[in-house]
Write a protein that binds this ligand. Structure first.
Ligand SMILES: Nc1nc2c(c(=O)[nH]1)N[C@H]1C(S)=C(S)[C@@H](COP(=O)(O)OP(=O)(O)OC[C@H]3O[C@@H](n4cnc5c(=O)[nH]c(N)nc54)[C@H](O)[C@@H]3O)O[C@H]1N2
Ligand SMILES: Nc1nc2c(c(=O)[nH]1)N[C@H]1C(S)=C(S)[C@@H](COP(=O)(O)OP(=O)(O)OC[C@H]3O[C@@H](n4cnc5c(=O)[nH]c(N)nc54)[C@H](O)[C@@H]3O)O[C@H]1N2
Ligand code: SF4
Ligand SMILES: [Mo]
Length: 886
């Protein structure tokens, strides 16, 4: 048998955009990093490495479904598409084009994005097409447009190792852009600063962590600008020749006390540390400042971006190798979506709604109409659905029931809507559950097209296998609806393949451009299908045919009418909603290392569920003590919008008065631990980006009386079990079983559960039940009073995979472990499945470095995403030893 040929494609997760070589045998996939791809040069992180484990058909939606009398029923494509087209056409006819909306995603391919943008803006005539990038990048987009005249990201990945100083501003790169972070680590003697109210892995590894009070970034960056000016450390030639607005900026900065002491006081950090940062920035010519969600997701996100960009413009640290303000994108195709113009306030291809652009785009599309003005941004869009102004919405490749702020309102909106169409790859998501019509989309590895990563590199995501069931690529579904909405639109939507869509998109970027718009992909518009299929990664801007790629702003020319960058004075404000005696805490929300957003795909990979098995609430030890909240016990967080119940992690990695929750968990995995029912829907007034990183909150202990777990055979497609009213549960998926961690106050009634073995201890209150059917373990339930320990989960979970239990194993089931057995502890290395206990044992055995641990345990020897945590283990053990010795 010959080995399957590896196909080159691109990872579907983060904006690093790593090249992947995937080999397929049926639906069994093995992956490795593509060593020829400029983004990753062969590396992959834990999520990329696990791609093979999420490629099965488990949980997939494989056929269209229509809800009839409240029940979802199988439908043909013909029925489903006719209904979508007819309903959209009817609503437009009766209520006008703005009564329909599309809510799309940075996880669509550029071709999908182009198709939906053209349908909405050129044919239906509405700009109500917004995207989850509104929640992600829109503040950076608005800052770029103001400062540079267009949404242009100046940095490249090579700049990150070329720089002598790196700033991570609201960016936990170690977890969220792991492969970039691995590249950064290869660079020695680089001064790294992390600006984050939380002590993240990125902060722990930095030379300087500025653990600022939340939402004080503008004060910090404005202070830096004032410091540069006061020390005359600004680039006068650059400012004179290439910028405008200097005196206005000077005047606005001088309105505040910019002394180091005053700024440090407002930001809640030490003046010594702040001065270290300012001096390092001043003395280092090559600085890259990365900014991400801690910057963008704020009611002052645009000004946060502008303040950071100002520091780079004033010091001329832009347009040169190793010097750039660098907004890093989150999703695999956030950048491609921005190039297409799939945001409600952009028309297309970096053009706005001015008369010249509207005429240009309409002539290029030869379309019957053109959206006259900007459409509704995500939060306003769902509000318009809730109030009934929007009567039909089509959601593609995003899960707003989980990821939008104030999700109780999203639930209301979708419950009230006349027609909710959802295209997804997974059958059961919190948003799919709200759909009237579900459309099965082709998933990663099945779909075919292009994505653009954070450094403007366009890469192919390739179709590697036959489309399963009845799934169709997103662009093809959209095109078909376009054709069905109006027969006169047929030629506009009759692309034969993604290559034709891409050619049209590239053509539009070049149309009547003549250097006016820096985004010009004209060189790629004439590709044949074979050339498109063989396309290698290419970074814009480029001269022709993708080569050679040139550096943005290297000539000091920006995309403004006079070619000068704008220095815009950022205004220092607090967050939209201030804390109060009722809600005294700042609630932050962030990502974890091994999960992707709403977990629809990463939850399928057992190894990705092991790093953090449930959502944790981070709370400072002093706050916890005061409120009697114990580490590992449940706590109730309440905001003006909703409530959540999660396990507390007492840690000084957060500031006193701050709380932090992960954003990922859903109704499918932890209905009580969902973050976004807590989150306030306040937005930046300019970008419309929600303030996910700050909601006033309060917290108290839940005081659960008992805890336990229930294990059932893995069933991702099945109905979720129903527990008692106040039973808090969290689910993790393992290779052969689902594990539900449960806890509650009122006693749990387990009498209805059929069991073959029962061990109830009336004196201790411990309940143990297991069920064995046909020699296989099919149920395990352990419940104990809260102060009693539960057995480790691993061994029992593995038994669900045994086709036939051995006698010794069967006898041990009811105890939950073999005599003398050791647990793995928390899994640190997901790739090699190495737990904390083995790692600590290796350290006790003399391992002194991360590499030593790797040699003994294999931890950290695959993707390296856990190296930061291995360092932490070394530090912790060293500190323990010191305490013991002292
Ligand atoms: N593992 C993993 N990686 C991912 C993703 C994922 O879901 N999982 N998603 C991808 C996507 S779409 C995105 S957008 C990126 C996001 O990547 P990041 O921006 O790195 O992600 P977050 O963890 O959301 O937020 C970053 C940090 O902002 C901090 N922060 C909160 N408030 C403030 C503040 O006021 N000021 C400052 N300076 N910082 C603050 C938080 O404490 C947090 O550590 O990650 C991408 N990569
Ligand atoms: N509290 C809090 N909330 C946040 C954030 C935060 O930091 N804090 N961050 C925000 C940010 S930056 C982002 S980007 C969003 C992300 O939030 P979402 O976009 O809602 O998250 P995903 O889980 O990535 O949703 C993608 C959906 O598309 C499906 N899908 C995958 N591939 C395809 C495909 O090819 N076609 C189709 N049709 N469907 C597909 C997946 O199964 C999944 O249901 O969350 C935002 N929400
Ligand atoms: S860093 Fe990880 S998640 Fe991001 S593109 Fe690379 S392999 Fe995928
Ligand atoms: Mo994002």
């Amino acid at each position: 048998m010959t080995a399957p040929t590896p196909h080159q494609t691109t990872c579907p997760y983060c904006g690093v955009g790593c090249g992947v070589k995937a080999s397929l045998d049926g639906r069994t996939m093995t992956v490795k990093g593509d060593d020829t791809h400029p983004a990753n040069q062969g590396r992959l992180c834990s999520k990329g490495t696990a791609l093979g484990n999420t490629f099965g058909l488990e949980g997939r939606l494989l056929e269209p479904r229509i809800r009839r009398n409240g029940q979802l029923e199988h439908a043909t494509w013909d029925e489903a598409l006719s209904q979508v087209a007819a309903k959209f056409a009817q609503v437009v006819a009766e209520h006008g084009p703005d009564a329909v909306a599309f809510y799309v995603s940075g996880q669509l391919l550029t071709e999908d994005y182009y198709a939906v943008n053209k349908l909405a803006k050129g044919y239906i005539g509405t700009a109500n097409v917004d995207t989850n990038s509104r929640l992600c990048m829109s503040s950076a987009v608005a800052a770029h447009k103001q400062a540079f005249g267009a949404d242009l990201v100046p940095g490249t990945y090579d700049d990150l190792t070329e720089a002598d100083m790196l700033v991570f501003s609201g960016h936990n790169a170690a977890w969220t852009h792991p492969v970039l972070y691995r590249r950064i680590e290869t660079r020695q003697n680089q001064f790294r600063v992390c600006i984050d109210p939380k002590r993240t892995d990125t902060a722990k590894a930095a030379d300087l962590h500025l653990m600022i009070r939340p939402q004080t970034d503008i004060r910090l960056w404005n202070g830096l600008c004032a410091h540069l000016i006061a020390r005359d450390a600004i680039d006068h030639d650059f400012i004179d020749a290439h910028t405008q607005g200097f005196s206005r900026l000077m005047a606005s900065l001088s309105a505040d006390d910019q002394s180091i002491e005053a700024v440090a006081e407002d930001c809640g950090i030490s003046p010594v540390d702040l001065k270290k940062f300012y001096d390092a920035f001043l003395h280092t010519p090559k600085v890259v400042s990365l900014f991400s969600m801690g910057s963008n997701q704020s009611s002052q996100g645009v000004h946060k971006g502008l303040a950071l960009i100002n520091a780079h413009l004033l010091s001329g640290k832009i347009g040169k190798p190793g010097a750039a303000p660098f907004s890093i994108t989150g999703q695999p195709n956030a950048m491609g979506g921005r190039e297409v113009g799939g945001l409600a306030n952009m028309l297309a291809a970096h053009m706005d709604f001015d008369e010249v652009s509207k005429s240009l785009v309409q002539r290029f599309w030869d379309s019957p109409t053109i959206a006259p003005k900007a459409g509704l941004k995500a939060v306003d869009m769902f509000e318009a659905v809730r109030s009934g102004k929007i009567k039909a919405i089509w959601i593609m490749a995003t899960n707003p029931m989980v990821s939008m702020p104030d999700t109780n309102k999203i639930h209301e909106a979708l419950s009230n809507c006349e027609m909710v169409v959802v295209s997804d790859v997974i059958a059961r998501t919190d948003t799919m559950n709200m759909a009237h019509i579900q459309l099965p989309a082709a998933a990663w590895g099945e779909k075919d097209g292009t994505v653009t990563n954070s450094e403007r590199v366009i890469s192919r995501q390739r179709n590697l296998t036959d489309l399963p069931g009845q799934v169709r690529p997103d662009w093809a579904i959209i095109a078909e609806v376009g054709r069905r909405m109006n027969t006169a639109w047929e030629t506009a939507f009759n692309w034969a393949g993604p290559d034709e869509v891409f050619a049209e998109h590239a053509g539009l970027t070049a149309f009547e451009n003549n250097g006016r718009r820096f985004l010009d992909l004209g060189g790629l518009s004439g590709m044949t299908k074979a050339e498109y299929d063989a396309l290698q990664p290419v970074r814009w801007p480029f001269k022709a045919d993708g080569l050679p790629s040139t550096r943005l702003f290297s000539d000091g020319k920006f995309n403004t009418p006079n070619g000068r960058a704008r220095l815009v004075p950022p205004i220092v404000r607090g967050p939209a909603n201030q804390t109060s005696p009722e809600f005294p805490f700042h609630l932050n929300s962030a990502r974890v290392r091994d999960h992707w957003h709403t977990m629809t795909r990463t939850a399928l990979a057992p190894e990705l569920n092991r790093h953090l098995t449930e959502p944790l609430l981070d709370i400072h030890p002093r706050d916890a003590r005061r409120l009697h909240i114990k580490d590992g016990r449940l706590a109730v967080v309440t905001t003006a919008y909703g409530e959540a119940i999660l396990k507390a992690r007492v840690t000084d990695d957060v500031r006193e008065g701050n709380l932090s929750v992960p954003m990922h968990w859903t109704r499918q995995f932890a209905p009580f631990g969902r973050s976004n029912q807590l989150i306030n829907p306040a937005v930046d007034p300019m970008s419309g980006q929600p303030e996910f990183k700050h909601t006033p909150a309060t917290v108290k202990a839940y005081n659960e009386a008992w805890h336990g777990f229930v294990m059932t055979p893995r069933d991702f497609d099945g109905e979720l079990p129903q527990w008692g009213e106040d039973t808090i549960w969290r689910r993790t998926t393992h290779a052969h079983a689902d594990c539900f961690e449960i806890a509650g106050i009122a006693p749990l009634d387990v009498s209805a559960i059929e069991a073959s073995l029962t061990l109830d201890d009336a004196t201790t209150g411990i309940t143990r039940r297991v069920r064995v059917e046909n020699e296989r373990l099919t149920r395990a339930i352990f419940v104990t009073p809260i102060h009693k320990k539960l057995p480790p989960r691993d061994w029992l979970l593995e038994r669900f995979g045994d086709a036939e239990l051995t006698d010794a194993h069967r006898a041990a089931l009811i105890i939950g472990r073999l005599p003398g057995m050791q647990d793995k502890g928390r899994i640190i290395c997901a790739c090699r499945s190495v737990g904390e206990i083995a790692i600590n044992a290796a350290i006790a055995d003399g391992a002194k470095t991360v590499e030593d641990i790797g040699e003994i345990t294999t931890a950290g020897t695959s993707c390296g995403s856990c190296k930061g945590e291995l360092k932490q283990c070394l530090l912790k053990q060293a500190m323990k030893k010191e305490t013991v010795n002292a």
